[in-house]
Design a protein around this ligand. Structure first.
Ligand code: EPU
Length: 419
């Protein structure tokens, strides 16, 4: 397995471009199943999860090609195999995103039930209950979800709990349902609005994305479109934290700051000087000292669970005590044991990590357990004394495009070690 070797102690400086957002691209690719025509996708990030999603729709019979400008062309108008096999779903839970589109367009879907993963049990009951309200007949057999419907019908659906991919699945399904669907207690993440923009560009009639209530007027057919995947706010946030903890000064380009929600304000609370200029975010931490910040994760616009592990590292090197409370996933502290091996002082108490700042941490060989945990270990490596080797970096390749290249461009000493 490949590893990353980091020599800590370099202050980051310079500029990088933000890549397309993984969590926007995945539902958009799944939503392409609804189209009867060609879809062109620009700015797709080069990530393992995107490859897996292509493998999934490819296994169903989608045509996928790359044009001379590196844009992807998809045609899903003739899928012949309406099944998402366990071998693929077990490598990427987001495979569940094809459920809504398949049942709406083809009247049938058979999808392996995603199991739990390193960060929690992650059931999909909200997705299934909501699809049943649109008239889908759902059964669970031999580890597979089977969904059938002649024609879905619009309904008023209040989600039991806020779910990002659940909201997305329902937006896709309701786009081809008969009549009006009103979704409440929905997720409000920017990726929800991205999906609405994509579906509307195909002829869907969706309003309210980004608010508490999404209204979807079903249409008969969705057409082809060309769509540019917006920038990844979590990628941007991760590099901003990297600059803050190394007392650096960086600019991230090609990111709309409005997508960043509470991340920027939290960085400012932590002592960073942050300036916004059009589609660029500038962070300067050369003059200030890190102030640990108490954090409680919450659905957007609250503090994102996908930035929790990275800010935990930031808190570890600021003076004094702080707490990080995880409210979205029940087991998202796997990075803590590894960080403590590098000399941090973190104690887990239920859903809260209690952190005592330390003067310095030291390099070690550490193991990545999930995507954002891997990011936090790399961040720790950037500030550790000596060398850090991060093992199992396939997790990082699922969600960060060319991370070692981008960090090297900012002055970090980081290389990929081959198998
Ligand atoms: N939940 C249920 N039942 C459901 C659905 C969700 O109990 O039917 C629970 C989950 O177990 C969790 C909470 O509700 O405790 C929220 O889960 P949600 O469904 O919102 O998560 P998701 O849609 O599976 C997406 C992102 C995650 C991100 C979360 C939260 C994608 C592909 N994934 O997951 O991204 O952490 O929303 O914002 O959009 C990542 O990129 O590293 C990542 C894990």
């Amino acid at each position: 397995m490949e590893k990353l070797l980091i020599k800590g102690g370099k202050s980051l400086s310079g500029q990088i471009d933000c890549s397309g957002a993984k969590n926007s691209a995945l539902p958009v690719i799944a939503a392409s199943i609804l189209s009867s025509d060609d879809i062109t996708l620009k700015n797709l990030p080069y990530l393992q999860d995107i490859t897996t999603m292509f493998e999934l729709i490819g296994s169903m019979g989608a045509d996928i090609s790359l044009d001379e400008k590196m844009n992807f062309k998809l045609n899903t108008s003739n899928l012949s195999n309406l099944e998402a096999r366990y071998e693929l779903v077990k490598t990427m839970r987001a495979s569940i995103l094809v459920l809504g589109s398949m049942v709406a367009k083809y009247g049938y879907a058979k999808i392996a039930l995603p199991g739990g993963c390193a960060i929690g049990s992650r059931p999909v009951n909200y997705h299934l209950k909501a699809l049943e309200k649109l008239g889908a007949e759902i059964s669970l057999n031999n580890g597979y979800i089977e969904a059938k419907a002649k024609k879905l019908t619009g309904a008023n659906i209040e989600f039991e709990g806020v779910t990002v991919t659940g909201t997305e699945n329902l937006m896709m399904a309701a786009s081809l349902a008969e009549g009006l669907t009103i979704l409440t207690n929905v997720a409000k993440e920017p990726e929800i609005s991205d999906l609405a923009d994509f579906l509307n560009s195909m002829g869907a009639k969706i309003s309210g994305a980004g608010t508490d209530e999404i209204r979807i007027k079903g249409v008969e057919e969705l057409t082809g479109t060309t769509f540019k995947i917006p920038a990844d706010r979590i990628e941007a946030g991760t590099y901003l934290v990297a600059a803050a903890i190394t007392n650096g000064k960086i600019t991230i380009n090609k990111i709309d700051p409005k997508r960043m929600g509470s991340i920027i304000e939290t960085l400012q609370r932590a002592g960073a000087e942050v300036n916004l200029n059009g589609n660029s975010i500038y962070l300067d931490m050369t003059k200030n000292v890190i102030k640990p910040v108490d954090i409680v994760t919450a659905p957007f616009p609250g503090f994102p669970t996908d930035m929790q592990a990275q800010f935990t590292v930031l808190n570890c090197i600021g003076p004094g005590e702080s707490s990080v409370t995880e409210t979205i996933f029940e087991n998202r502290f796997m990075h803590v044991q590894e960080l403590n091996r590098m000399g941090t002082d973190i104690t887990i108490n239920g859903t809260t990590a209690l952190i005592n700042g330390v003067d310095s941490i030291s390099g070690a060989q550490v193991m990545a357990t999930d995507l954002r945990a891997s990011a936090s270990l790399i961040l720790a490596g950037l500030i550790a004394k000596g060398e850090t080797i991060v093992d199992r970096i396939y997790h990082i390749d699922r969600g960060y495009e060319r991370i070692e290249e981008k960090l090297s461009n900012l002055g970090a000493e980081i290389i990929r070690l081959p198998n």
